[in-house]
Design a protein around this ligand. Sequence first.
Ligand SMILES: *Cc1c(COP(=O)(O)O)cnc(C)c1O
Length: 368
Amino acid sequence: MIRPFNFSAGPAAMPEEVLQIAAAEMLNWQGCGMGVMEMSHRGSEFISIYENAEKDFRELLSIPPNFKVLFLQGGGLGENAIVPLNLSRGGLVDFVLSGSWGQKSFVEAAKYANTHIAATSQEAGFTYLPEPTHWNLRETASYVHLCTNETIHGVECHELPDLKSLGSSASLVIDFSSHVLSRTVDWSRVGCAFAGAQKNIGPAGLTLVVIRDDLLEQAMDICPSAFNYKLIAQAHSMYNTPPTYAIYIAGLTFQWLKKQEEQGYMGTLAIEQRNKRKAELLYTYLDNSQFYFNKVLHSSRSRMNVPFFLRDESLNEAFLKGAKNNGLLQLKGHKSVGGMRASIYNAMPLEGVQTLIEYLQDFEKTRA
Ligand SMILES: *Cc1c(COP(=O)(O)O)cnc(C)c1O
């Protein structure tokens, strides 16, 4: 069966190979007579699935040994509370806002910590990431929160800020939900990173947290035990039953990513080169068109989420209908932004972007 290209922002398209392996192993995982969903999380079969998933994730992102990787539940929004409960000590937390995910995190953290907006691009409709040198950081903040890829507004941070050089001793906390594993991460600049799985990794519900060892000691007393990073780390993510099937699928995605690694790209993710190419093709087309446009400042544009508009918005419905008929699904923009959005995560092949551009051209020709 030839499947359509799916541009959903999340839960998003998975690599087809991953779905096929999962389907083939559904009833009987590697000859053990059980499906993965039916296994004890403490049995040797699942432990091997878990250990391989963690090892591959660490390897793909070159995560240093002084960081723990936690697999938990609760999603990105869960982390909006879990992070301040673990890291704020009830003190000061600074936020940099370049879209609605950062804003949501800011509102939630205010329940637990003394929050402050160090910089925002809200006045410009979240069309850029404020320059780090202009951030108004507080000296005694325990951490600075930054969503490094704003999924709805299509704004991405392409170079992580070095907080020390900005005169801050705070740790950087990043929400990298919608571009995790799409590019390398400079861990020397990060204290904690979290990601919901449903964009680039696997089933919704699974959340990955990467946290530096020295930050594990600071949880507030009111922090729920099942969300206490230290307890979870000590139990190797088995403090309570982890989302076992989601971890298995994540592990298959990591194996798929490792297969994409090619000679010559040592030390970086091969997929990053492909992602750059896909985004460049699409933005170049949009920029050269009189019919479509994207509003985001060039240096802040996301490689993963490309919001765009038709100059004549009365054609939106016809555009979406035609797209669907051409095997291009879920291109409608988020309701808060309007227009269209093409999410082109790791699993979107280059041909998907090329096919989208062909459709954009055809639609323009018949309507302009
Ligand atoms: C999708 C997304 C989330 C999602 O959180 P859920 O709780 O899993 O719905 C959080 N942050 C960002 C940047 C996202 O793109």
